[in-house]
Design a protein around this ligand. Sequence first.
Ligand code: PCA
Length: 325
Amino acid sequence: MMKYSVKAALTVSTIALGATAASAEKWDMPMAYSATNFHSEMGVVFADKVREYTSGDLDITVHPGGSLFKGGEIKRAIQTGQVPIGERFMAAHANEVPLLGWDNLPFVATTYADNAKLWEAAKDTVNGQLADINLVTLYTCPWPGQGFYFNKDVNSSADTQGVKFRSYNTATATFAEALGMVPVQVEAAELSQALATGVAEAFISSGSTGYDRKVWEHLSNYYKVNAWLPRNYVMVNKGVWEGLDADTQAAVQKAADETGAACSAKSEELAGWYFEQLEANGMKVENAGADFLKELEAIGADMQATWLKDTGADGQAILDAYNAN
Ligand code: PCA
């Protein structure tokens, strides 16, 4: 008899536990970059805030490093509802939605303040086009400025001919080709392997990704260019978002607004630190030389012209609004 009642009590408590877990909605959130990267750490901050502001009703689990979906698959996984939420480097999809290349325009917005101003000018149109493909942006966060990694001194395009270049989207592939390099698209999560196997021997990125991927094991030079500060977006499936009640939406948006601001501040705070780490690990970190920079600026002007052609009045309106402020 005694034995029976203990068993009964155990069953009851199991049911009670099950009921608590079932009442919280659980979301998996794929992210593309390493767990220790600030974008991923901020994803965890966001999930914690959401849990707090929804009193535990919405429980988000972050999966960094492309472990749940690879970087290149995350946007589609959210769009199609395979996951409700996720994070992606959006300029990677400018081939599909050209406007998403707004933060990939060389030498247009090269400081955090200007990048924020450009996002202000771009965001309504960008978010409108994302809604058309079933995505709602919750927050965005910039990477530090982009510069070039090489395994030798580079003073001009005379030194870049035939170099195998890791690109992260069409725009960077175009940039590489204009410098006589041979682009291959590789996700950051696979970058170390691409460098180790010789698939790539140069790339453009921030100090952040070079640090995360310990590129000093393969490459020797970083040239600061600060060509642009591209953004990662945390996005939710539109149908899933619209299925949330207004209170939950407000709580999630509050968490997102706070995290977006904190993430941007963190990026800015770390930008110089990353260069120090590259140097401490033996890399030569310097500004791109005048000849190289001149060539990069000319290529950048062509890239901007192409983007304006691809985006038409929408792109022009963004740049006009940016330049007017
Ligand atoms: N790191 C990412 C995108 C931009 C950056 O700084 C990468 O190289 O994939």
